[in-house]
Design a protein around this ligand. Structure first.
Ligand code: NAP
Length: 259
């Protein structure tokens, strides 16, 4: 299938590694020129080189903290009017809500709700004018089934999802769609750091905790970030103009509900 994306321009936030990088690479393989972002310049430059040399598209790296106004302005200035916006940022830390004060909540809401909303605000009207736009928010399986120790993530991401549920019904008549992609366990640095943390906490060997985690998933494994990237590219495609306001869970079947 030709996804119809050749020559489009995308901003992919938080994309030097992991799921953001996978989305950037899948879009680049479809001929999309990119602005990619993360805080660490060296890793970001290496990722930009890797994507350029594999795909030949233009890749502009912008090292900045996307959760800050200055960071968002730098990313937006590098792209002009994007056709595609992939919102992503690091996830908030785990913990007990009794330990979180106002600052902890503001940080989580800034990173995992307001940053995406401000990026959409800055780009959606020009997408509407040009009659093409695709926004994908990388959120979490926690939007569908909250994870007890990730209350900051459950709350902030649910806020973003609720906001986009409303807006996405307004933009679709202009061929501008807004959807969520909800990762379950994907084999990224964050995932392996989490396994290491659990192994240290439980005193069990890393390999044992990893094997148990994978065996507990109906697919018997963690997701491959490339699978996530390709789903993202499809949602961004010219073929997906009738899909909006949806939240696609990618978790190997872990969520036990019928719908
Ligand atoms: P990852 O492998 O740790 O990669 C995170 C990427 O985001 C890196 O490129 C990182 O680069 C960048 N980043 C983090 N904070 C940033 C900021 N403030 N500004 C700009 N860039 C930033 O993580 P991942 O697994 O891909 O996770 C991506 C998102 O999916 C996170 O929100 C995570 O909570 C969520 N998620 C992941 C999984 C999973 O299993 N992987 C499951 C559920 C939800 P720098 O550190 O250099 O900035």
């Amino acid at each position: 299938m030709d996804l119809g994306l050749q020559g489009r321009r995308a901003i992919v936030c938080a994309a030097s590694k992991g799921l953001g990088k996978a989305c950037a690479l899948s879009l680049a393989r479809e001929g999309v020129d990119l602005v990619i972002n993360s805080r660490s310049q060296d890793v970001l430059e290496a990722t930009a080189d890797e994507i350029r040399s594999e795909t030949g598209v233009t890749v502009t790296p912008v090292a900045a903290d996307i959760t800050t106004e200055a960071g968002r302005q730098a990313v937006l200035a590098a792209c002009g009017d994007p056709d595609i916006l992939i919102n992503n940022a690091g996830g908030p830390p785990p913990g007990d809500f009794r330990d979180w004060d106002r600052d902890d909540w503001i940080k989580a809401v800034d990173a995992n709700m307001l940053t995406a909303i401000f990026m959409i605000k800055a780009t959606v009207d020009s997408m509407i004018d040009r009659k093409f736009g695709r926004v994908v928010n990388i959120t979490s399986a926690a939007v569908k089934a909250p994870i007890e120790i990730l209350g900051l993530s459950n709350g902030a991401r649910a806020g973003l999802t609720g906001f986009c549920a409303g807006l996405s019904r307004k933009t679709v008549a202009h061929n501008v769609t807004i959807n969520g992609l909800l990762p379950g366990p994907f084999a990224t640095d964050r995932y392996f750091a989490n396994i290491r943390f659990q192994a240290e906490k439980s005193g069990k060997p890393y390999e044992e905790v990893l094997a148990a985690r994978e065996a507990a998933n109906p697919a018997g494994r963690a997701g491959d970030p490339a699978e996530f990237g390709d789903a993202c590219a499809f949602l961004c495609s010219a073929r997906a103009g009738f899909i909006t306001g949806q939240n696609l869970l990618m978790d190997g079947g872990s969520y036990p509900g019928t719908l």
